[in-house]
Write a protein that binds this ligand. Structure first.
Ligand code: NAD
Length: 277
């Protein structure tokens, strides 16, 4: 969908790995809405994925940066200033990784070195990005910063493992930094809590297919796709959401507020009298 919601705006997109990445769809939608974007990912991801194809689609450039490394983030922002000829208006943090999930360590047998690495990549990196941006003053007044999260921060999903704590920490940073950046520059900071989505990170969680199907059957609107998530991001980068900050915003087809659905009751062999289903 092409509109002009972001005409004249410039932003940095972290975390596009391949076509399935949520960040990939966000980058394309930003450009289709009139924005200019700069793409970044960890140096290793540049070798694994196909972000350079995205750069061509977006008429953009890729600056490698490990989001846990302050020097990389400083370099990214100074390159961005040269590339755009000034400050930026939005940032997407679309980064997640748990070494315990990757190495198949169960929640009751966590490796704490893995835990610290996953926390740094998935959550503390958000603080690092914001702190460097704040100190260098790289975001225009009334800019918008988003990070992606999952409802396991509030409710238990056993196979989500230590990513649950990482997401809680991430969401808390949006509230705490949202205060400080809001006071100084009217910059708003929010997290979007997205439905299960088939991406490289999503599929890494064991039992992901069941996660996906269950959420799809519970949610009155069904699961939100990556493309829908991208459109929601556009609205939050736009001037139409200027007063929304420090929020965790559920983008999940109604999953978060549904106790049970008739679809799920019927899965257990019971009839319901809901004529719609
Ligand atoms: N897929 C889902 O079901 C789902 C649901 C809710 C929220 N999310 C969140 O959405 C975000 C994006 O994930 P995705 O599903 O698009 O998967 P993805 O695998 O496409 O994206 C994850 C990205 O994190 C990047 N990354 C990892 N370590 C990094 C580092 N040190 N520095 C910079 N980047 C690094 C990866 O290279 C990759 O591009 C994550 O925060 C994820 O937790 C995903």
């Amino acid at each position: 969908m092409e509109t002009n919601l972001l005409t004249g705006k410039k932003g940095i997109i972290f975390g596009a790995l391949d076509e399935s990445s949520i960040a990939w769809k966000v980058a394309v939608n930003c450009v289709n809405n009139g924005a200019k974007v700069l793409l970044t990912n960890a140096p290793i991801a540049l070798r694994m994925g196909n972000i350079n194809d995205l750069a061509k689609i977006c008429n953009s450039k890729v600056i490698p940066a490990d989001a846990t490394c302050i020097i990389d983030i400083q370099n990214l922002f100074s390159e961005a200033e040269i590339y755009f000829g000034g400050k930026i208006d939005f940032i997407l943090h679309s980064i997640g990784m748990s070494l315990n999930v990757r190495k198949k360590r169960s929640y009751t047998d966590l490796n704490y070195d893995y835990l610290m690495k996953g926390l740094d990549v998935s959550a503390v990196s958000f603080h690092k990005v914001l702190q460097v941006a704040y100190k260098l003053d790289v975001i225009n007044d009334f800019g918008s910063v988003l990070a992606l999260t999952y409802i396991a921060a509030q409710r238990t999903f056993p196979d989500y493992n230590d990513m649950a704590e990482n997401k809680s920490y991430l969401e808390s940073i949006a509230r705490s930094f949202g205060y400080h950046y809001g006071k100084r520059n009217n910059v708003r900071i929010n997290t979007i809590s997205q439905s299960p989505t088939f991406t490289t990170a999503g599929k890494g969680v064991s039992g992901f297919d069941a996660f996906y199907d269950y959420a799809n059957k519970i949610s009155p609107l069904g699961n939100a796709s990556a493309e829908d998530c991208a459109k929601y991001c556009i609205s939050l980068f736009s001037d139409y959401s200027k007063m929304v900050t420090m929020q965790n915003l559920f983008h999940d087809g109604g999953f978060s507020n549904t106790g049970i659905s008739n679809d799920v009751i019927e899965l257990f062999g019971n009839k319901t009298d809901d004529k719609v289903n």
